[in-house]
Design a protein. Structure first.
Length: 251
């Protein structure tokens, strides 16, 4: 069924997360604790070993650091996508890897929801003859084929879909440690239906996921784990996909 509508997705320019309408490139600064993870409080001790600064405030946080001289940041902020409710965790690492590498890890429930939404848009378009308004996430489903290989478990593919321009890039990025982090969410863990995206695109690493509802510090383990995911994924990408022209990202 989805092949019938694949051509619809190719309309429009491909872009990375930071270029979306309503998405700023900066992170909110919040009043509260500023300093390293030890100064930020024992609840952030789970980030021990990750050199970073934590800015924690009422109902939000921003964590930032450097990886090989390149900055990365993760924040909790109001959701900027309609498939997210309330707040999201949004992260980006300016790692300047080979810009030709494109790999998207998306939880399967989100992928199936986007496919259904795209099909609905397509059938409505047939009736009205109007051009459908497609989100970038919908276009990814057609621009990048789903990749898979035998060494990854059925449980992994039950939870996640891997979209990649080149399957070899996905295989190089998903190291056993990164796979373990993707599957090993701490309690209270987000379930398989919580929207989640981790990707390499245009020389940067990006993370976006639905934030769990605030409940004292009960949602903090997942937030700390998300930061670790972005940092680990970025480090692997830097090692696996060096920029073809040092000092610049190839467009």
């Amino acid at each position: 069924m989805f092949k019938r509508i694949k051509h619809v997705f190719t309309v429009g320019k491909d872009a990375s997360i930071e270029n979306q309408p309503g998405q700023g490139t900066g992170m909110r600064s919040s009043a509260g604790i500023r300093g390293n993870t030890a100064q930020a409080g024992p609840e952030w001790a789970g980030l021990e070993g990750v050199a970073c600064t934590v800015e924690a405030g009422e109902g939000t946080f921003c964590v930032s650091g450097e990886l090989g001289g390149h900055p990365w940041r993760v924040e909790r902020a109001p959701a900027s996508r309609d498939y997210l409710v309330g707040e999201e965790l949004r992260g980006r690492a300016e790692i300047a890897i080979n810009g030709h590498v494109t790999v998207v890890i998306m939880n399967r429930a989100l992928k199936e929801m986007l496919e259904k939404r795209a099909y609905s848009l397509y059938t409505d378009t047939l009736e009205t003859q109007a051009s459908p308004v497609l989100t970038e996430e919908m276009r990814w489903l057609a621009l990048y084929p789903e990749a898979g290989w035998d060494s990854l478990s059925d449980a992994f593919f039950h939870r996640y879909a891997i979209l990649a321009e080149r399957r070899a890039d996905a295989m190089a990025w998903l190291t056993p440690e990164l796979v373990e982090l993707l599957m090993g969410w701490p309690e209270p863990a987000p379930d398989n239906t919580v929207p989640f995206i981790l990707m390499l695109m245009r020389g940067k690493a990006h993370l976006r996921m639905q934030a769990l509802p605030h409940a004292a510090v009960a949602d903090l383990p997942a937030q700390i784990h998300a930061v670790r995911l972005l940092v680990n994924a970025s480090g692997v990408a830097v090692a696996a996909f060096p920029d073809v022209a040092p000092g610049s990202v190839k467009k």
